[in-house]
Design a protein around this ligand. Structure first.
Ligand code: GDP
Ligand code: ZN
Length: 362
């Protein structure tokens, strides 16, 4: 082992949980919640990336390694895309597999890896870089990583057909905040309405620092801007069925909507599939995540007191609350409520907050 090659492997997953989850009373509720639901969620950046360094007894000169990104995993094989765009069919080095608590996540879609290359079109994954921005599927208190290294979440809503549900925007945006994914808001089908009517909404979200794009597939409005936002990023699209996600993807790049077989769909609750996620390469740089059969990013494992943290504009006001654990609901001296009264925080956002705080799911 003395001359061994260092490799980083994951700790057991439960080491990554925040300490407060060890609190017994919370834990009971948590188990229940995890059992009751099984779905996909965004997990905080870096949460699963704690690793330790181990040593392989079979040292390999790291100059033999090439770097790449895992596009998809199937059985014992993964397709790894090299930086030049070529794809290698790879196996995973045994030690990485045995070191991982959950074999399925020894290597996962989206991983950035180091591969020992055979000089042709095959290789062996020797090293997995620490993960950031992880989409997971939770099931019976176990968590499977679906995609690693996701940068941003595009929330698509349509202004008409289906009608705009503004509180859903805030729910999706809160999920992005929870997962530490950069949120982008797309308001689609603007050709079916008067753009002047939606300007206040665009202004409100832009003011929160959230890139907000008005789009129309038939007129092409906003498509260039959307394409620019996707460039060189790893992006997940989410939004209700029928809002135009596939159409937008096709507009951004022909054929993309078809490749991304089933984008996240809030109405698909309860669907299960074991199909793994894939990364779809954008010709202009970046990737779109295909997450088949997902349940939407709900705030499943969110405690009510966390919710305020996902409303970025509340932050300057919570310090003015009379109680450090103010819920901003019934308390008399509340910085958030007085900010709402002074119109420094919008009513609409405050009502969305109340809905999420009270665990309203629709
Ligand atoms: P998805 O379920 O979110 O992927 O939605 P689709 O892309 O399948 O679109 C649903 C319907 O909305 C289709 O009939 C599209 O042609 C239509 N659609 C999508 N985008 C627009 C748009 O910008 N304007 C109009 N008028 N219709 C659109
Ligand atoms: Zn308060």
């Amino acid at each position: 082992m003395a001359k061994g090659k260092k490799v980083r492997v994951e700790f057991r997953k439960n080491r990554g949980k925040p300490p407060r989850e060890n609190d017994f009373t919370r834990h009971v509720g948590q188990v229940e919640a995890d059992d009751a639901v099984s779905g996909e969620r965004v997990r905080a950046k870096g949460d699963l990336s704690r690793q330790r360094t181990v040593t392989l007894d079979d040292p390999v000169d790291s100059t033999d390694f090439i770097s790449g990104r895992v596009l998809r995993v199937f059985g014992l094989f993964s397709d790894v895309e090299r930086d030049d765009g070529t794809i290698l069919r790879c196996t995973v080095r045994r030690i990485l597999k045995t070191m991982s608590l959950d074999e399925r996540s020894a290597v996962t879609t989206g991983d950035r890896v180091k591969v020992r290359w055979d000089g042709k079109n095959e290789g062996v994954i020797e090293h997995v870089e620490p993960r950031r921005g992880i989409l997971t599927r939770a099931s019976r208190n176990r968590e499977h990583i679906l995609v690693a290294n996701v940068d941003q979440l595009v929330v698509v809503v349509s202004l008409v057909d289906p009608a705009l549900k503004v509180h859903l925007i805030d729910r999706y945006l809160a999920s992005a905040e929870k997962g530490e994914l950069k949120p982008i808001l797309v308001l689609n089908k603007v050709d079916l309405t008067d753009p002047a009517l939606v300007q206040p909404l665009v202004g409100a979200y832009s003011q929160l620092g959230i890139p907000t794009v008005l789009t129309s597939v038939p007129t092409g409005l906003g498509i260039d801007r959307l394409r620019n936002l996707l460039r060189n990023q790893t992006t997940v699209f989410s939004g209700q069925s029928g809002v135009g996600k596939s159409s937008l993807l096709n507009a951004v790049e022909p054929g993309l909507g078809r490749l991304v077989r089933e984008v996240s769909d809030v109405t698909n609750k309860g669907q299960h599939t074991t199909t793994t996620a894939e990364l779809i390469r954008l010709s202009f740089g970046g990737w779109v995540v295909d997450t088949p059969g997902v349940r939407q990013f709900q705030l499943w494992d969110t405690r009510p007191e966390e919710v305020e943290g996902y409303f970025r504009e509340f932050r300057p006001f919570v310090t003015q609350c009379g109680f450090p654990d103010c819920s901003h609901t019934h308390e008399s001296k509340c910085g958030v409520k007085s900010a709402v009264a002074k119109r420094l925080i919008s009513d609409r956002r405050y009502y969305s907050y109340l809905g999420l705080f009270n665990g309203v799911t629709e």
